[in-house]
Each structure stands twice: as C-alpha cells, then as structure tokens.
Design a protein around this ligand. Structure first.
Ligand code: 4AD
Ligand code: MG
Length: 431
C-alpha cells in the first residue's frame, strides 16, 4: 500500500492509501467518528464507521485527542461536501502517540502573548503553515531570480568587527576577548566580493537591537542583499522592481490556496508590475504636507509617514534622494546637490512601508574617510573596506530586501511576528 501526501489524494480516488499525520479535530456521533487529519501538505476528513472496522480500531480511534499522531489506511472518496473535496473511509489505524489532552492551542482565539509563548505549537495551525510556505517561496524566488541573472551567491559573515548600519543597534558579543557584533547587514562584504565577481548577493540572518516595539521590527531578520558593479541608481531601481515583481508573480502562481487561507485580497498583488512610481524624498515631504502631516524637510520618514505615502500608490513606490545626513556613511552623495544621497527605499503598497533599502556607494577613499570621521566611526575595523577604494575602485550600488517585511506585505499580515518562524522581538527570546 502506498504512503501518500494528503495533497496528492486526488490521484488515488477509489484506491486504498496510507496517510500519516496528526489529528487536528475529532468528532464522534455514536457509530461514526470523524478524524480530521493534517500532514503538512493538506487536510482530509477520515471517517471511521463502527460497522466497517475491527472493534479495536474503533475503540482506538475513540481515544484520540487533538494532535495525536497517527497512521491510517483508508479508501479515498470524492465528496463534494467535504471541505477539501475528498474523504477517507478508514479501514485501519495505528497510533504513534496519543497526545496529552491539554493541547494549548484551541479553536477559540488566544491572546498574542500566549500564542508567542507557544509558537512551537502555534506553527501547526493552517494559517501559520500557509505563511511558512509563502515565506519559503519568497526565499526560493529570491535565489532563483539572482542566480538566473548572473549573480553569484557569496555569504557574508555573521560575526563581524564592524557596524554597517550605525552603532546604536549593535548586538555585542565577546570574541575571545575582542568585541564582535552580530551582522546588521552583509553589504560591506558584498562590496568586496563584487570586485572579485561583478555581481553577488548574500542571503542570511541579520541582527538589530531595535529598542522600539513596532509592527515591522524584529531583532533578527533575514535579508537578501545584491550588490552590482557599475549599476547607477536608475539601474538599481530597475533591478528592484523586476525582482519584487518576480517574487509576487511566483507567490501568485504557486500559492493561491495559501492566500485564500489567509483571506488575502489578491487584486492589489496582481497590480505589482513594472514600472513602479518614483518620487524624491522632497516630493514625499510635499505629499505628506498636503495630506495634513506636520512634517518638515529633513525629518526622517517614520512608519506613519511611510504608510501614508504607500497608500497613495497602487504599486510599490520608490522614494529616492534622501538627505545625506539621514543616511549611512557609505552612501554616495548626489554630485548635483551634495546635501542629497544617491539612496532609495522601496515602500510596499497598502500601507506596508519600507521593504527595501538601497543606494549607490561612495567610491572615493577621501570622501569615505571624511564621513567616517564626522560620524565618529573608527577606521581600524574596516581598514579592509577602505582598501577596496585603493585597488581598482569602481562605481557600484546595491540594496537589501527584508524577507519578513516582504512576507508580511504579500500575506497581508498585521504584524511581522507571524512572518518569521521564531520571531525575536523586544523582550522575547522564547521559544
Ligand atoms: O534599510 P536597511 O537598514 O539597509 C541595509 O541594511 C543596507 N545595508 C542594505 C544594502 O544596501 N545591502 O535594511 C534593509 C531592509 C529594510 O528595507 C527592511 O525590509 C529590512 O531590511 N529591515 C528589517 N526587517 C525587520 N526587522 C528589522 N528590525 C529591520 N531592519 C531592516
Ligand atoms: Mg532602511
């Protein structure tokens, strides 16, 4: 007899199959029991009829609790009334373990803290399974996109002596008596690897000790960071819009079922096609002012401001040319106006805010040194980085896309905590 995934049962109508999984619900109406079984690939209703099975099987089935692990043998039937369209007439049953009868996650709604404390179990719910599958697709689509366009994946170290994104959000560790930090971004290392390979990307976890609680910040998040020699700001934005479009297309193509589970309206996602609108930071400020925001040129855009801007557009929108003083030391200034940086953020629509941050990088060693001095950044830990400007420096640019933020947007989630398997949030590191 064949062991099959529930997702494949449509190929076995009328046949006897073996299914292994967990009982996520159990109802009994005297002589018939209904076992709802899930196996990670799908769900199916199993029917155990007293007249049709050995007495031992019926009794065993009667003892099953929520989340008990089982192997069932049964015949697949097409059934319009069944939620998934198929039903299993169970003939035999084996139990791996009868779950303790106090499974914490029940059908009723639970508070967020409770769910987060039980994240290891919360993950088993249909909604979380759908999100995890979409997250995996976003990660796969990211690698496919860059691999197919001549990028070489070169991963950056996680332990590093340097700060890429400012010194206020560093997680410090003790590296045999020396200070080391968990990486905030692989970018500086990408800038080294492109000088060897032309176009590279790194993809891994990054860390920021963000001391504020928001819907879109995690302490640990995964980031895809491509870096390209000879790309200017325009080339950079073009690549971003193709990349984001590709991710959305892949999710729409492969995950209609999951998007339905999530109740995600897919109409806005279908509109994600190049070109994306582009506005300057200055235009963004004007847009906000005309929308009643009390904001002045020079202020950084917070979550509320980003929400408001992104709601004005149906597609993701680029905001570019931020004031240089707001941005990181490595960003090149606009030769037309030295107060501006050649920087760009991509804001997701529907109020989701920034999902990508990118820029053209400063290629002159003198300018870099000066900026680092102004910002009080020590040269020693990134002497190697300055070498890149001494031996064949070239114009280059890159960006970083946050996987959690992107999944949050595509899935239509209210909070980033559901977009990552085990979120690290302010004051929470369990489980
Ligand atoms: O804008 P950021 O800080 O850019 C960089 O780190 C650059 N060095 C990337 C590069 O050019 N290679 O971060 C990039 C993206 C943000 O747009 C956001 O999607 C995500 O990383 N991000 C976070 N996601 C979740 N939680 C946080 N605390 C995040 N901080 C940034
Ligand atoms: Mg940013």
């Amino acid at each position: 007899m064949k062991i099959v995934d529930i997702a494949e049962v449509s190929k076995y109508v009328g046949k006897e199959v073996v299914i292994r999984g967990w009982v996520y619900n159990h109802r009994s109406s005297g002589s018939i029991q209904f076992l709802l079984i899930r196996d990670g690939t799908g769900r199916i209703q199993g029917v155990v009829a007293r007249d049709e099975v050995d007495e031992g099987v019926f009794e065993l089935s009667d003892r099953l609790t929520m989340e008990s692990s089982v192997e069932v043998v049964g015949v697949v039937r097409e059934d319009e009334r069944a939620p998934e369209g198929y039903e299993l007439t169970i003939k035999d049953l084996k139990v791996f373990q009868v779950a303790d009868d106090d499974y914490p996650i029940q059908k009723k709604s639970h508070g967020v803290d409770f769910l987060l404390s039980n994240r290891h179990l919360w993950l088993r719910t249909e909604r979380q399974v759908a999100i995890l599958k979409i997250r995996a697709r976003v990660m796969k689509a990211s690698c496919d996109f860059f691999d197919d366009r001549g990028f070489v994946r070169v991963d950056a170290p996680i332990l590093t002596p340097s700060a890429c994104e400012g010194t206020t959000t560093l997680f410090e560790t003790n590296y045999f008596g020396e200070k080391a930090y968990l990486s905030q971004s692989g970018q500086l290392y990408n800038e080294a690897t492109i000088m060897a390979l032309g176009k590279t990307y790194c993809f891994g976890p990054t860390f920021r000790a963000e001391k504020s609680k928001t819907r879109r910040h995690c302490m640990e998040f995964w980031m895809v960071e491509p870096e390209m020699v000879f790309y200017d700001l325009n080339d950079n934005m073009k690549l971003q819009e193709e990349y984001v479009t590709y991710i959305v297309e892949e999710v729409l193509e492969h995950h209609q079922g999951e998007l339905t589970v999530l109740d995600r309206d897919i109409e806005p996602l279908k509109k994600v096609k190049p070109p994306f609108p582009r506005i300057t930071y200055k235009e963004a400020i004007e847009l906000l002012k005309s929308g009643g925001f009390d904001i002045e040129y020079g202020a950084s855009l917070g979550a509320d401001e980003e929400d408001a801007i992104s709601k004005k557009f149906e597609k993701p929108v680029f905001v570019h040319h931020f004031p240089a003083e707001q941005k990181a030391f490595y960003m090149k200034r606009d030769p037309q106006d030295e107060t501006l940086s050649l920087s760009v953020d991509l804001l997701a629509p529907e109020g989701y805010g920034e999902i990508i941050g990118g820029s053209v990088r400063e290629e002159s060693i003198e300018v870099l040194r000066e900026r680092m001095k102004m910002e009080g950044l020590p040269e020693e830990p990134i002497r190697w980085y300055l070498d890149l400007r001494r031996y064949g420096s070239v114009p280059h640019s890159g960006f970083g896309l946050g996987i959690g933020r992107t999944v949050m947007w595509i899935c239509g989630l209210k909070h980033i905590r559901e977009a990552i398997p085990f979120p690290r949030l302010l004051g929470r590191i369990y489980p």
